[in-house]
Design a protein around this ligand. Structure first.
Ligand code: NAD
Length: 345
């Protein structure tokens, strides 16, 4: 699928706007587009993103591809910023938001501004500038307390946090903008995305355990597992997410647009399995490393025991096939942390 996308991009040169390009997923989307010879404007306000991520993209793509990129440091909650950014743009990939359930409970207004106000500003500006399509990051938090496994797009539950409401509201706005103004939109509910450039944060979901546990194991510390470790999640390598996101931006089938999709690995792993897989990947990096057994603490009673995405709709309409398995993605990620982040053992 990667090569098919690359081939279809070779035939068409577009001007893309990538929001949240200094963040984890946004920086990978930017890298893929520049490697495919596309012209990109990108924006970030560095609320959670970093200049180091942009530098890392520059290093990965080389100076001639980097010259196709214009970076703007700005905040999308300002409508004028969005109008200026959308001028002359064909396609938008929107990754900017504040993705923190905990921050949203502390300060729902700030998260609403960064996630929903910013998105509506972008939709209005995209319509005014005749942008063809906007592909936006949505979230598995839309499933709320719905415990169905696997989760299918039409069966959402009761939302759990203000952040989940802000993300879900974006899906409603996108749907209405596509019907009222003819703007093409595609929403992608990402599940637990992991990979290089992801940093561990206390206020985000289980995928963020991967950088934390990698570091803890590397330093000989015991990783903390909340619960018995048999809770499971659908972890998805960022390379799959980039493929699915670009497929959504480029798909020609009219039935595939103005839709929301699950974008995930489509398989689940327990936290105990995740721990073992990271340990194996680290063992391949450093044969002499001794990995401490995990320590088990109380589970969060609000957490769902299992999550798993049904990715059938994305397979059918976007041609999405995850190219990287969980263990392949973990091997690439762990290798990156060892090379770029961790002190030599
Ligand atoms: N990582 C995951 O597992 C996951 C899961 C579900 C959904 N998502 C969604 O995917 C998107 C990308 O996630 P990520 O993990 O890369 O997050 P991230 O925090 O690494 O990236 C978000 C980027 O957006 C920027 N940003 C935030 N508000 C902004 C604003 N108002 N103006 C300009 N820039 C702004 C941040 O500085 C950051 O660089 C987010 O919308 C997130 O909600 C991610």
């Amino acid at each position: 699928m990667q090569s098919l996308l690359q081939a279809s991009m070779a035939d068409r040169r577009e001007h893309w706007l990538v929001t949240g390009s200094a963040g984890f997923i946004g920086s990978h989307v930017l890298e893929a587009l520049l490697k495919a010879g596309q012209r990109v404007t990108s924006v970030d306000n560095f609320v959670t993103g970093s200049r180091a991520n942009l530098e890392s993209v520059r290093e990965a793509v080389g100076e001639s591809a980097w010259a196709l990129h214009r970076f703007v440091e700005a905040d999308l909650s300002d409508p004028e910023v969005c109008h200026a950014l959308c001028q002359g743009v064909d396609l938008v990939v929107h990754q900017a938001s504040v993705d923190s359930p905990i921050a949203s409970i502390r300060d729902p207004l700030a998260v609403h501004r960064a996630t929903s106000t910013a998105f509506v500003n972008l939709l209005v500006a995209a319509c005014a500038a005749n942008v063809k399509r906007i592909v936006y990051a949505a979230s598995s938090s839309a499933y709320g307390d719905a415990a169905a496994v696997p989760a299918t797009e039409d069966h959402t539950g009761r939302l759990q946090t203000p952040a989940a409401v802000s993300q879900f509201v974006n899906e409603l706005y996108a749907d209405v903008f596509s019907r009222c103004y003819g703007l093409e939109t595609v929403g992608l509910r990402y599940f637990e995305v992991f990979g290089p450039r992801q940093v561990s944060r206390d206020d985000a979901g289980p995928a963020r355990l991967i950088p934390r546990w990698t570091q803890d194991m590397w330093q000989g510390k015991r990783c903390v597992i909340h619960g018995d470790g048999d809770a499971s999640r659908d972890f998805c390598y960022v390379g799959n997410v980039v493929q699915g996101t670009l497929a959504a931006a480029l798909v020609d089938n009219p039935e595939a647009v103005n839709q929301v999709y699950n974008l995930a690995g489509g398989e689940r792993a327990t936290l105990n399995q995740l721990h073992a897989l990271i340990a194996q990947a680290l063992g391949r990096e450093h044969a002499g490393l001794r990995i401490a057994t995990p320590v088990y603490r109380e589970a969060d009673p609000e957490e769902l025991r299992h999550t798993l995405a049904d990715i059938g709709k994305a397979r059918r309409l976007l041609g999405y096939t995850p190219a990287y398995s969980l263990s392949e993605g973990l091997a690439l990620s762990v290798s990156w942390y060892v090379e770029r982040v961790l002190e030599p053992a």
